[in-house]
Ligand binder design. Structure first.
Ligand code: ZN
Length: 134
C-alpha cells in the first residue's frame, strides 16, 4: 500500500483495470480496420496503404483512394493516441500510481476516472493534461 492509494478508497481499481482492458481490445480491433501493426515494433501502427488497383484509372477513383487513405491516417492517429493513453493507464495500475494527478500529485476525483479511466490529472489540472509528455 502506497500513500497514494490511501486516498483512493473511492475508486475500484479492479473495475478500472477491467474497463481499460476492454477499451484497449476495442481500440486494437478498430486499429486493425485502418492500419496494420509494425512487425518490428508492436507499439507502432501504420495506415493501410491504398490498394493498388490497375482498373482504377479514372481520376475520381484515384482521388477517392487518396481520400480514403488520408481519412484512415487521421483515424489511425486518433486511435494510436487512445491506445497509448490506455496502455499507460494500465502501466500506472501495475506501478501503483494510477489515479494520482501527474501535476499536483493529488488523488483524481472518482467521477473523473469514471468518465475517463485513463485520465492523468485531477479536474483542476485537466487543461494541462495535453501538455504532459510521456
Ligand atoms: Zn491536480
Amino acid at each position: 500500500m502506497t500513500g497514494c492509494y490511501a486516498l483512493l478508497h473511492m475508486v475500484n481499481i479492479d473495475e478500472m483495470k477491467e474497463r481499460l482492458t476492454a477499451e484497449l481490445a476495442l481500440v486494437e480491433r478498430e486499429l486493425k480496420t485502418v492500419g496494420r501493426q509494425n512487425p518490428d515494433n508492436p507499439a507502432d501502427w501504420q495506415p493501410t496503404p491504398p490498394v493498388e488497383d490497375s482498373a482504377a484509372t479514372e481520376d475520381d477513383e484515384v482521388a477517392d483512394k487518396i481520400e480514403d487513405f488520408e481519412q484512415n491516417t487521421a483515424i489511425l492517429k486518433q486511435l494510436e493516441i487512445q491506445h497509448t493513453e490506455i496502455t499507460k493507464a494500465l502501466e500506472r495500475i501495475e506501478k501503483g500510481t494510477y489515479g494520482v494527478c501527474e501535476v499536483s500529485g493529488e488523488a483524481i476525483e472518482e467521477d473523473r476516472l469514471e468518465a475517463n479511466p485513463s485520465a492523468r490529472t485531477c479536474k483542476a489540472h485537466m487543461g494541462e493534461e495535453s501538455a504532459l509528455n510521456n
